[in-house]
Design a protein around this ligand. Structure first.
Ligand code: GLC
Ligand code: GLC
Length: 811
């Protein structure tokens, strides 16, 4: 069942009922000011950091769901409704929500009154704009009341949700004309405030929640709306809010638009005050003035569209396969931008309080983002690298506001260092900007320890090289990519962290997955060394890699697939001798991507085993058989009920590894089949089963062992976005950035007989036509650039500004 449809021409998903299976959200903002906005205008806003600079409140785990947001109430006689249906839930005569790239438009209609609520975060500014247009479609004059309403968060979302004894006494606001200023803690340590404004003077306002909603009222029944209107309340402590009232009278056919804004302002310390106790509003007034002209909102929308036109023009395919084009050209790249911005911090499943930017997560996000804005990727690489420890290991997470590592989680996740090589390698392939390797970057955020980025990569590689276990495979530490395979942690008591209880230094537990990574990204490292003339270092590195590769094919090989690991007692994890958890997806994907066993047959055999044992109609599950009881020696993975999350869920992130691995072996049909099964546009028609948004990937789909087989969870913030983009844009469609230029090597299903691609790369545009007359799965017969044949499959790098036409014949 569908709850809407794709409008590709406008690059929107159009939701036609507010009763979606779950709130279906969008992200507004892609620089510093961010808003999560659901299809009913639920959500919240923050500046840079969802934990430390939260502007408006959101109550996770609430009932009903999605209670807080950017609300508009319409009072038409006795009838009260919201254009987005929530929170009053009055039935509407018409409803539609359009989630576009960086904006959302919600339209509701009732009794001849049509309201549209358009939300966006303008480029280059720290605010949310919300234009509300009300039109009288009836035959008689309408007298209406319109109320906007948001609830402020007292900045630190964690503290806001727990430190009530203090917070109920600290809230402060100022009201000045059509603007409400939220200035809690501004008197002492904060130099920032929030402002909610309207572009015309309201007929009333409230800033205290008790006054607007009522102590025992609710957002579904605000006392001011249902009763006599706003009271002009000033919040002193308790819950500061911004609510306003507009009394409108509209002739038949008449419409009126009010522009609202929610802004974030920082003042220099010595410019904080206009008068004792009075906030200096200069910067806020300038912000308000920027959007005062009636055309300003449309201008901001135009700018946003132009921005996305440019971003998406870096990679565009036209294949005749509508769903493929839609995912590649619009939604997959859009999700890559969002995951790049958010890492795993703020979604409807990530509270924005627990995790900041993940080291491995953000490094992987780069893989799907670097072609869009390489300069921002560069900056991110340097930020991440600065949280690396001098021995090459890394903080597992850091806060985006401070860019400092989180001590609470610490380090010891032994895959982390190698992801840094992956990210930097992708950047070099995309840009050819070798100067990044000379940038001096702190270790442990300590400037006295700064070294060139190259040295960071060296230490990443060396960390793994020097942390091998008894079988010559890399030691796993706290965990590798699979956060829940905690082989050195033995958590027996509720409330303990599965991941950090126990030592990270286990001298025995080894990971075959990291072995695959070491071969794949280790080779990237030695190639970089070669290019820099570091021959001896490259040769020594290759020797270390060969030894680990050999270990993967001996101790790491189970006979028909790659084993997963050895536990702290030296026992096999992910082998046929195991009662449960006999085969895992991760080492099959990573080892084959690394080319391990490609020549000798193990790679093909491993992928056959994946198909035989892990395939389901909704995607490939992480492992089989699912664990049915808790294994102290394996950790969190066995704490999940069978079929969920890492315990045999369809963990979408590693499905594209199998796509890449299949393509590595030339299996175009199979690669596409795996791609298709989890691609949102292809499963839109089962939205009632999948439940999460049909335009983005979720982290996990319940596996076949779960009662809710096929149900998605944790939508939006997942490494799936980046990896799927890599798998479809590089492995399937075959446009692969290399250190020397774009390599063209498609691996496609036979039905794709012809497709064209437009790729902007290092400042030049490549118009590529792939002809596949015989329905080959892989193999390139000839390549011409502007009509002239070239040797091999790597397109010579073109000068900036050039536009060339490339024709590739497969077969
Ligand atoms: C989550 C984490 C990621 C981890 C994965 C598997 O998605 O963000 O870091 O690799 O789970 O455990
Ligand atoms: C849990 C989740 C995993 C996530 C991790 C983050 O272990 O199952 O997916 O990566 O938490 O710490």
């Amino acid at each position: 069942m569908r709850f809407g449809y794709f409008d590709d021409a406008r690059r929107e998903y159009v939701i036609t009922t507010p009763r979606t299976p779950l709130p279906w959200i969008n992200y507004l903002g892609s620089e510093a000011f961010f808003t999560l906005c659901s299809n009913t205008a639920g959500g919240y806003a923050f500046y840079r950091d969802a934990r430390l600079r939260r502007l408006t409140r959101y109550r996770y785990n609430n009932c009903p769901l999605d209670s807080e947001g950017f609300r508009i109430y319409i009072k038409d006689g006795e009838s009260v409704w919201n254009p987005g249906w929530q929170p009053v839930q009055t039935g509407l005569d018409r409803y539609e929500c359009r989630h576009g790239l960086g904006y959302t438009v919600i339209e509701g209609e009732k009794d001849g009154v049509a309201v549209s609520q358009e939300l966006l975060v303008p480029q280059g500014d720290d605010c949310l704009l919300m234009r509300v247009t009300v039109r009288n479609d009836g035959k008689t004059e309408k007298k209406l009341r319109l109320f906007p309403y948001v609830e402020f968060c007292l900045w630190d979302a964690m503290d806001d949700g727990s430190n009530f004894q203090r917070n109920y006494s600290t809230g402060e606001v100022e009201v000045c004309g059509a603007a409400i200023y939220h200035k809690t803690e501004y008197r002492e340590r904060r130099d920032h405030y929030a402002v909610f404004w309207a572009d015309r003077k309201p007929d009333g306002f409230d800033t205290s929640r008790e006054a607007f909603i009522g102590v025992y009222g609710s957002p579904a029944r605000p006392e001011a709306v249902f009763g006599e209107g706003c009271t002009g309340s000033a919040a002193h402590g308790w819950q500061p809010v911004a609510a306003q009232q507009f009394d409108l009278s509209l002739a038949p056919g008449e419409s009126t638009a009010i522009l609202f804004g929610l802004g974030y302002i920082e003042n220099p310390r010595d410019e904080k005050w206009a008068a004792p106790g009075v906030v200096n509003k200069k910067r806020a007034e300038a912000m308000i003035a920027r959007y005062a002209a009636p055309a300003a909102f449309d201008g901001a929308m135009e700018a946003l569209r132009a921005h996305w036109d440019a971003l998406l023009s870096n990679y565009r395919v036209s294949s005749g396969e509508e769903k493929l084009d839609r995912m590649v050209n619009i939604w997959n790249q859009y999700q890559c931008m969002v995951t790049f911005n958010m890492s795993r911090s703020a979604s409807y499943f990530e509270s924005g309080m627990g995790r900041g930017m993940g080291f491995r997560d953000s490094c992987q996000d780069l893989l799907g983002f670097v072609h869009m804005i390489p300069e921002r990727a560069r900056e991110r690489i340097l930020d991440i690298a600065a949280t690396q420890f001098p021995d090459g290991s890394a903080y597992h997470q850091y806060q985006p506001l401070t860019k400092k590592g989180n001590l609470a989680v610490g380090s010891g996740f032994n895959d982390d260092p190698l992801w840094l090589i992956a990210g930097v390698d992708a950047y070099l392939r995309e840009t050819g900007d070798w100067s990044i390797l000379d940038e001096r970057v702190d270790f442990d955020n300590d400037p006295s320890l700064a070294q060139p980025l190259l040295e960071h990569l060296r230490r990443s590689f060396d960390y793994t090289r020097t942390h091998l276990g008894p079988h010559g495979l890399p030691l796993i530490g706290r965990a590798d990519w699979n956060d829940c395979l905690n082989l050195n942690c033995f958590s027996e008591h509720p409330g303990e962290s599965f991941q950090t209880t126990g030592p990270s230094e286990g001298p025995v537990a080894e990971s075959v997955f990291i072995a695959g990574m070491f071969v794949k990204y280790g080779r990237a490292w030695t190639e970089i060394c070669r290019r820099l003339g570091l021959e001896d270092e490259a040769a020594a590195g290759d020797e270390a890699i060969a030894a680990v590769e050999k270990a993967a094919l001996t101790s790491g090989w189970d006979g028909a697939w790659f084993r997963r690991a050895f536990d702290a007692f030296g026992k096999v994890v992910g082998g046929k001798e195991c009662e449960e958890g006999q085969i895992f997806i991760e080492p099959q994907g990573m080892c084959v991507m690394a080319g391990i066993g490609k020549e000798t047959g193990e790679a093909a055999r491993a992928l056959e085993s994946v198909r035989e044992r892990l395939d389901t109609k909704y995607g490939i599950v992480l492992l089989q058989p699912a664990y049915t009881r808790y294994h102290l020696e394996l950790g969190e993975i066995t704490s999940y009920p069978p079929g969920y999350k890492e315990n045999a869920g369809i963990f979408c992130h590693n499905n594209p590894w199998i796509v890449c691995a299949e393509a590595e072996l030339g299996h175009g049909e199979r690669a596409f089949e795996v791609y298709r099964r989890t691609a949102p546009a292809y499963i839109e028609s089962i939205s009632e089963i999948h439940r999460t948004e049909p335009y983005v990937y979720s982290q996990m789909i319940a596996g076949r062992d779960a009662p809710s087989f096929g149900e998605g969870k944790n939508s939006w913030l997942t490494g799936t976005a980046a990896w799927t983009f890599v798998s479809v844009s590089q492995a399937i469609l075959g446009v692969q950035p290399t250190l020397d230029g774009l390599r063209i090597d498609p691996c496609v299903p036979a039905f794709l007989r012809r497709f064209t691609l437009c790729r902007r790369y290092r400042g030049a545009v490549y118009e590529i036509t792939v002809e596949n007359p015989d329905g080959a799965e892989k193999g390139v017969r000839s390549v011409t650039v502007d009509g002239l044949p070239i040797e091999g499959q790597v397109l010579p790098v073109q000068p900036e500004g050039a536009r060339v036409s490339v024709v590739v014949y497969m077969g």
